[in-house]
Ligand binder design. Structure first.
Ligand code: CMC
Length: 434
């Protein structure tokens, strides 16, 4: 296909200029703006990266208007129905679904690396026992770089895959221990006979003194949660991982940076915030007040779990997670009054002009808190669960970046500070403000 160009005029003297347009396989094309600075001394200005493709990537595709999410081409709904988390992790990392032998080998490697060095477990004692699990996870994952730095050569593809496997493998015990430490319960170890998700659940909820049987419905629901959170293209935490990695930093340190970014309430922390919001609303009669507050420009209150930077339609993950929440509640025979509040809130918001005009729909976090609560998770573990699933995506992007590195990421800025001035030779005297 013939190369396309964006033509524009910078000034009359320079005449018409052109920038190459790059086509991907799906989604909007991108204008290659690199010549703008090299030829014309101009930067592009796009705070928040709303219109910027920061990299090429072949891992995940999102069509936010149509509500489509594909991993390596496969729709998330199909993966959530037919696949399981370790298979999706393999797909994200290597680009194709594994055959039976490849999957068995991959899962055996995960099992081989799923323990934490006992010294790492001793780190937990340095944290306050009421520390937020995400604070603990940032610290502990970052600290792993002290264990696996000299033993890995970032230039060696096999070493890189090894580091990625270590990260996915160790994350369940890291997350579970951030909870068991807070309640003072000795940490259980992973069991070779269990799958990835069941292992996390037994380490999270089991007592070391007793057998712990993982309920298969809950085990599957948790596996679906991990699949739904596994990757989401260049979101804030993934972009953070990629930017940290662009300097050649240790992969464990890069993933710790991703966990830090995920923690915020506008990103992974929203699942925790949704439950707080639903609890505050409390009952269906209070919904109109919450909606009115969310619409009030003088109130910073937002409907948590609503809206998305990319989706201007239903987040496809929200439908899958809502179905899982209903299934789990029916299975355990528990009514959660917050589910009723959530369902009514969604119905009311989706008919309200404010939300309709702005294309604000429920995102993945809207129902995930209800599901996790039904499974027995304390609210402060919700974002840690998100981090557990997202590690598969983070390491896949880390691997992709190493293969196609374009050097260190170094954004520029539109400077709006003082122009040049000189250091005063006489003492500075300020007149006191009245
Ligand atoms: N409640 C009320 N108003 C909202 C909301 C909301 N949840 N989200 C956006 N708006 C309004 C916003 O006030 C603005 O209105 P106006 O045009 O009148 O100024 C308009 O919608 C556009 O908002 P925006 O802030 O430009 O949208 P954004 O793309 O920058 O933000 C978002 C996306 C997810 C940060 C935002 O929708 C939000 O804060 N949602 C609640 C937090 C949340 O659920 N986050 C989880 C995201 S999904 C999980 C993940 O991938 O991490």
């Amino acid at each position: 296909m013939a190369q396309k160009y964006l033509n524009f005029t910078v000034s009359e003297s320079e005449g018409e200029q052109s920038l190459p347009i790059l086509d991907g396989t799906l989604g909007p094309s991108a204008v290659d703006v690199q010549p703008l600075y090299n030829k014309h001394g101009l930067f592009t200005f796009d705070p928040g990266f709303r219109a910027t493709a920061s990299t090429k990537s072949a891992i995940t595709f999102i069509d936010g208007d149509a509500g489509i999410l594909l991993h390596r081409g496969y729709p998330i709904e199909e993966l959530a129905e037919h696949s399981h988390f370790t298979e999706v992790a393999y797909l994200l990392m290597f680009g194709e679904l594994p055959d039976a032998a490849e999957l068995a080998k991959f899962e055996a490697s995960l099992n081989m690396h799923n323990l934490l060095h006992e010294q790492v477990l001793s780190f937990y004692r340095g944290f306050r026992r009421d520390a937020h699990p995400m604070a603990v996870m940032v610290g502990v994952v970052g600290a792993l770089s002290a264990f696996y730095h000299d033993v890995m050569d970032i230039q060696n593809p096999a070493d890189r895959v090894h580091a990625a496997i270590r990260l996915i493998a160790k994350m369940p015990m890291i997350a579970a221990a951030s909870y068991t430490y807070s309640i003072g319960r000795p940490q259980r170890y992973p069991l070779g006979k269990l799958d990835y998700s069941s292992n996390f659940l037994q380490m999270m909820f089991g007592r070391p003194t007793d057998e712990y049987q993982v309920d298969p419905v809950l085990g599957r629901a948790f596996d679906v949660i991990l699949m739904l959170h596994a990757d989401h293209e260049q979101n804030a935490s993934t972009s953070t991982v990629r930017m940290a990695a662009s300097s050649g930093a240790n992969p464990f340190a890069c993933i710790a940076a991703g966990i830090a970014s995920l923690w915020g309430p506008a990103h992974g922390g929203a699942n925790e915030a949704v439950l707080k919001m639903l609890t505050e609303i409390g009952s269906v009669e209070n919904i109109p007040r919450a909606i009115a507050r969310a619409k009030d420009k003088n109130d910073s209150y937002r409907l948590m779990g609503f809206g998305h930077r990319v989706y201007r339609n239903f987040d496809p993950r929200s439908r899958v997670i809502q179905a899982q929440a209903k299934k789990v509640l029916a299975h355990i025979g528990k009514d959660d009054p917050l589910l009723e509040v959530a369902v009514r809130l969604e119905e009311i918001a989706l008919k309200d002009d404010y939300f309709v005009e702005r294309k604000l729909y429920p995102n993945v976090d809207f129902y995930s808190g209800i599901l996790l609560r039904a499974m027995g998770f304390p609210t402060n573990m919700f974002t840690a669960v998100f981090a557990l699933g997202r590690t598969a995506g983070w390491v896949s992007h880390w691997l992709e970046l190493q293969q196609e590195s374009h050097g260190i990421d170094r954004p520029r800025q539109l400077y709006v500070g003082k122009t040049l001035r000189h250091y005063p030779t006489a003492p500075v005297r300020r007149t006191a403000s009245k």
